[in-house]
Design a protein around this ligand. Sequence first.
Ligand code: FCB
Length: 446
Amino acid sequence: MPNRLDLPAGFRWGAATAAYQIEGAVEEDGRGPSVWDVFTTRSGAVRDGHTGAVACDHYHRYAEDIALMKGLGLDGYRFSIAWSRILPTGTGPVNPAGLAFYDRLVDSLLEAGITPLPTLFHWDLPQALEEAGGWLNRETAYRFAEYATLVADRLGDRIPTWITLNEPFVHTVFGYALGTHAPGRTLMFEALPAAHHQLLAHGLAASPLHERGLEVMLSNNLTPVWPASSSPEDAAAAEAYDALHNRLFTDPVLLGRYPDLSALGVPDDIYGAVRDGDLDLIHTPRLDGLGLNYYNPTRVAAPTSPGLPFDLVDITEAPHTAFGWPVVPDGLRQLLAGLRKTYGEALPPITITENGCSVDESTTPDHPRIDFLATHLDALAQAIAEGADVRGYYTWSLLDNFEWAEGYHQRFGLVHVDFATQRRTPRASYAWYRDLIAAHRARGER
Ligand code: FCB
């Protein structure tokens, strides 16, 4: 069985973060409010009323954080750009101080020998755009393309590859369908126009990025879907869930069409959101790489009550992370095999843009994280041996950070952060990852 040291030579090692989860400094240098600044003030929205107002104070401590990345020997760093730092109201005049922060960040990364991999949208929509309808408003897609273009004009000379969106599935479902994330809407399936408009935003931004000679990726949260039994009812429920979680966000981009959403009761034109020509706009700009965020598989059964066309069932036989997510490394291999089967020649090279786990703070050393990373990287090596084209791996996350509705309770970092003092302390998993990267590189050089 191949293992992680057998990952191909030139395989890129990275770590990932996102702006609202680490930056803090939410009112500094002209940054405008985002939906998360507003959502976190809602009573009961986030555990213990935590907010990202300070987070890891990365806005001021980025140099220290880059030194930590350099200590790991990373090839690449995935971060996100806060739209409302660049355009405080989402559109209109540029805030030069906001752009200057990312300019400094990018230059410092390059000086450390680390390739920046920015994500243009990781859920922190400028609040002013939310007030105009957010992602339910088609216009937001056009504002995104303008924002992407101007950021690329400023930073594209130093950054070869760009991720447009992070996990439109999670943003749509948690933010617009269930209301557990910002902007906190509870529209159930009527949230899906927000998905279409995000995909349209991706397509509209991809062309100007390509014209500037840049590569474009999209990071999707994908999950292998396991029917709870071999019954046709469970198989149908699993298919409906797969359409919603996976295919809705990947088929339009790679195949130029939506999957059949009839089992979900969703009309083909997604409640009138899909207009003539939209699928071309989404599909025609080539996707240079698919970003894959993998955390766990999903077991699905036929519904036991009216409402949703599926039930989600826990994977009880697997160990669970501190967050309660099942740990199934082979799910990553299954997912990669499934993507090859579904998309064939249409599937671009893949980069794992997130994978990792939260571990209880009191668990030191953080051996469960080391086991998680080691077993997932072994599964990845196996997938590549079976034919998957995977170019790199960005673990979530470099630092403990603001984990959305869970506040600071879920700790995903290779580096522990004491949020009272901002002191960073590398964990055992940090040393382990550093040593793995060095050993893998040494093998390639032999
Ligand atoms: C992903 C998000 C990321 C982080 C991890 C744990 O869904 O993209 O920001 O919260 O989960």
